[in-house]
Design a protein around this ligand. Sequence first.
Ligand code: GLU
Length: 491
Amino acid sequence: MSGDRRVRVRIAPSPTGYLHVGNVRAALFNWLFARRHGGVFIIRIDDTDRARSDDRYIEDVVSGFRWLGLDWDEGVEVGGPHGTYRQSDRFDRYREVADRLIDMGRAYHDFRSTEEMEELRARARVEKKPPGYYVRRPPGSDPDTARRRLGAGEQAVVRFSNPGRAVGFTDVVRGEVRFEADAIDDFVILRSDGSPTYHLASTVDDIDYGITHVARGEDLLSSTPKHILITEALGGERPVYAHLPLLFGPDGRKLSKRHGDTSLRAYREGGYLPEAVFNYMGLLGWSLDPDNEVFGREEAIAAFDLADVQKSPAVFDPDKLGWMNGVYMRSMATGRFTDLAVASVEEDLGRDLDGDERSRLAGLAPLIQERAKLTTDIGPAARFLFSDITYDDKAWRKVMKADARRALAAARRMLENVGDWNAANIEKALRDMLAAESLNPRKGWQPIRVAITGSNISPPLFESLEALPGEVALARIAAAIARLDLQAGAG
Ligand code: GLU
């Protein structure tokens, strides 16, 4: 166990794809644990698979964690006492350790072919033994013979030599875990091309970097006895292990693309707020308070403990994340939301807003805020204020029916006489219009909404009209009337 050592934890993504939500959840729990204990959070890059690793995925890891606000004390980009924190820069170190294990008699060169190994595994299957039962040190694998054969150009992998005993450990999440000796084969630590396997590289790094707690996905549980054996052989200090529950989809099956986006990038680009994603990820296997699912960073840091992580699978539900994002959107301070709205609209329009446009947007922003679930909802909701509209076909057909022309014409007349162009006066005019024309609000007002915004879904009508310059609103109503006349003529 780690005794009184300062907490040092790590997340070790493999840059072979965009950062997965499972890795984000593991990173968050490690980060919370480090911050709670005044410890060190490290980002290491597990890029031993050079063919499949790509720097753009490292960039994705770095920008993803920064976006989420998970700062790290050592690791890729920020550096630290252990070099680049990239495994691809440490192959010499892993080979040196493998050589040491060979010298100690704890590892050996294995010259057997893939076919031979397959036969051994098939035999174990037939005899209903664990798959690695016969994968053991063959006769004639002593260092002298191996050196001679390697010298003659033969190819070999290096296997760890299992001492043939059970391995047990106390997992912070899962409790007592035990692997029988039969279940642990003589696993490969160096491939025949001299590259290290995950088991070797990860264990050597965890020892060299002084990692005190390894909190990672439960899919890696069966690797842990191997890592413990290597650690013991090298005289390293065994970290505390915590295997985090797997992520399932809402249907109770293992999380996959079928359930929706599984990369952090998709949510970053899809209009989600970092604090909402942070909060939601914190619910995947842990809870601060069963009655309150909404919490902030400081609260989570103060309360987090790996020992409180649940054993049973956690459900990742994109719909619930969407709901939570809406909660954060609505609770954002008005000023911050308005800034966000200005930025979103400017991006949507591809130009800057001038002072007058900004103040018109600021007027409508609170009403957009009440309805927005995603930041990407803001641009489309405000677009009608600053650029020509295009009618949504479905909305037009649904709304522009029998009474629409009459409603629009009457609204235009009444609105022309509104003195001070504000929501209260606009509302009064449009209520008078309903009374005069004997129309209900749906029939009377929906055509106006489509006429001025292009859509039948928009911020509230009177405020939307107020946010437009009066002459623009009137011109749009006139244009809709003209279009109806054109359709009537054509029909
Ligand atoms: N590179 C491994 C992964 O991305 C992490 C392994 C570990 O945490 O030990 O799943």
